[in-house]
Design a protein around this ligand. Structure first.
Ligand code: 87F
Length: 568
């Protein structure tokens, strides 16, 4: 599976100091060289390098020493000469492939604290792109950006025990300042309801203070115990959390869906990952919510569903006087409690994108989020006018940049084959090759990362055609992912069909009686090594449910179609 080895040293889940180096992480760090379909000579070089390296003491950048960072140019160059490609295949050993790909493509680095990761430039570019879109959209909705403190007092955290109860083991606590024991331990936010809602109580007095809509972009910490997986399940992650309060339930209901639609767009229009919008079951909803909606993605390789983002209607659960007392005077001067929502989207989404689009060569980035959309590579033999080709590459990049694309030329001394593989691994959507023949014909050769197709385009039409190709890649990635997801959906009617589909790693759509005991029973009956099967969501887009359809699990009258599956 995709875990980075067993979590170590979580003897005390309430301690923030979990400083063990995960052995497997170190191995992974050592495997992170760029790839290539290299020449024989290069491969021999590589073999030599590997042998040499085996004899050398291995440095791991997961160590807290300065060695990994400051050991200079020589080591870096030595690394660059090697390009072994990915050692794992996506369809053979998916978990290892994923762990390898996120590091090899320079998206992320492991850290000596299990479940914590360095997010590198290409990751942060994706995150920034999504943040910019989302900010613009929620600004139209008059959501106001805020920032609330990282620390939560124990008293505040326990103010709403009901919702925190099941999560308590995941909360990290600071117990000391230097050597001095703190009088009262301070929690690190796992989510910010308990930090924000006391201010809502203070800021909301009259109906004129409503609606109140705040959003913050921040990190949160949850001390996950099992299977830390880059992006997907990490102990610290980045997210946005929106918290809003309204005078009426209708306004709150509308906003839940408006935000959910933005989440769908982030997945489908930016990450090119198809999702299902739907309602969580009573068992799977956030305990503090009246109801929870979500977007659900699916990873065909593992046959697991993954919750992509959630938009909750909290009802008046948090507002009531027993909780935070968030109330206002209506126009008739009566005291009323607000209706609240909360919604969150995190860096988990980036892991979903890697899992869905990546292949045996590495990452495949949707053009909309790629930090480099086009890489331009000179191709020449020894008789060619190298400088003229270099100039053509530089000029091509300038033209593309001026047209608003993110383009870069690779004019390093490595061989074209090495460069192709390197940039393919990094998932750059389009490669442009310029050689003597292209120069003579006033054309460039365009190669697509998603389907390897090649096309010669006249330089006079460069910008228009590159735009069309990038748009087409964005669309093709989504279409291909959707086709694969849809091919994984299995409609079942009986328990037997259900278990067969589960074993075939399907995303199961089944008629269900919507009874909690039945859901608990299904979980119990499917519990095994692979983890139990549960409801993912009840899609808003419901197929017809003919009169007399029975629940696949209980045989009672079915009330709805619901997606079931193992999940992350
Ligand atoms: C872990 C530890 C403590 C999830 C936790 O979904 C508390 C929690 O409340 C916790 N893990 N949750 C639920 C988060 C609910 C809600 N918060 C705002 C969201 C969206 C953003």
């Amino acid at each position: 599976m995709v875990d980075q080895g067993k979590p170590q040293g979580i003897a005390n889940a309430f301690s923030v100091d979990d400083g063990n180096i995960n052995k497997k992480q170190q191995q992974n760090v050592d495997e992170r060289e760029p790839s290539s379909s290299s020449t024989k000579q290069q491969q021999e070089e590589e073999q030599k390098n590997v042998k040499k390296k085996e004899k050398e003491p291995s440095f791991s950048s997961t160590k807290k020493t300065s060695e990994g960072v400051g050991d200079g140019k020589k080591k870096k160059e030595e690394k660059n000469e090697k390009h072994l490609g990915l050692t794992n295949k996506k369809d053979d050993n998916f978990g290892e492939w994923y762990s390898e790909v996120v590091v090899a493509t320079e998206m992320l680095e492991y850290n000596d604290i299990s479940g914590c990761y360095v997010l590198r430039y290409s990751t942060m570019h994706i995150w920034k792109t999504m943040r910019t879109f989302f900010d613009k959209e929620i600004e139209k909705m008059k959501v106001e950006e805020h920032y609330f403190p990282l620390f939560v007092s124990g008293r505040a955290l326990n103010q709403e025990k009901v919702h925190i109860e099941g999560f308590a083991p995941e909360v990290a606590w600071v117990t000391k300042a230097g050597d001095t024991k703190l009088e009262s331990p301070i929690a690190i936010r796992p989510t910010s309801e308990t930090v924000i809602y006391p201010y809502f109580s203070k800021w909301i007095r009259s109906h004129r203070d409503l609606p109140k809509k705040v959003n913050q972009w921040c990190n949160v910490v949850r001390m996950e115990f099992s299977h830390p997986t880059p992006f997907i399940r990490s102990r610290e992650f980045l997210w946005q959390e929106g918290h809003t309060a309204f005078a009426t339930k209708e306004e709150a209901d509308d906003e839940v869906l408006e935000i959910l639609e933005l989440y769908r767009r982030l997945y489908e229009e930016f990450l090119a990952v198809p999702v299902v919008k739907g309602m969580k079951s009573e068992l799977e909803k956030f305990a503090g919510a009246l109801y929870t909606t979500s977007v659900e993605a699916f990873i065909p390789n593992t046959g697991r569903g993954i919750q992509g983002a959630t938009s909750h209607c909290l009802g008046q659960n948090f507002a009531i006087a027993k909780m935070f007392d968030i109330s206002f005077q209506n126009e008739e001067k009566e005291k009323c409690f607000v209706w609240q929502n909360s919604w969150g989207y995190s860096t988990r989404s980036i892991g979903v994108m890697v899992m869905v689009h990546g292949d045996n060569k590495g990452l495949v980035l949707p053009p909309k989020v790629a930090s480099v959309q086009v890489v331009v590579i000179p191709v020449f033999d020894k008789d060619a006018d190298k400088q003229a080709i270099f100039d053509a590459c530089t000029k091509t990049v300038t033209i593309l940049k001026e047209a608003g694309f993110r383009a870069e030329a690779d004019l390093t001394h490595y061989k074209p084959g090495w460069k192709y593989s390197h940039w393919e691994m990094k998932g750059v959507p389009v490669r442009i090759e310029i050689g003597p023949k292209d120069m003579a014909n006033n054309q460039v050769r365009v190669v697509r990362r998603d389907n390897s197709s090649k096309l010669d385009i006249p330089t006079s039409n460069l910008v228009e055609q590159v735009k069309d190709i990038l748009d087409d890649i964005q669309k093709s990635l989504f279409d291909a992912a959707k086709q694969k997801r849809d091919a994984s959906i299995k409609v079942v009617n009986t328990w037997e069909e259900f278990t067969t589909a589960l074993n075939q790693k399907k995303l199961i759509l089944a008629p269900w009686c919507d009874e909690e005991e039945v859901e608990i029973d299904v979980k119990a009956r499917t519990k095994g090594e692979m983890g139990a099967c549960k409801t993912l969501c009840t899609p808003f887009d419901q197929p017809a449910l003919p009169e007399g359809t029975l629940c696949f699990a209980s045989g009672k009258r079915a009330k709805k179609w619901t997606y079931w599956g193992r999940s992350y």
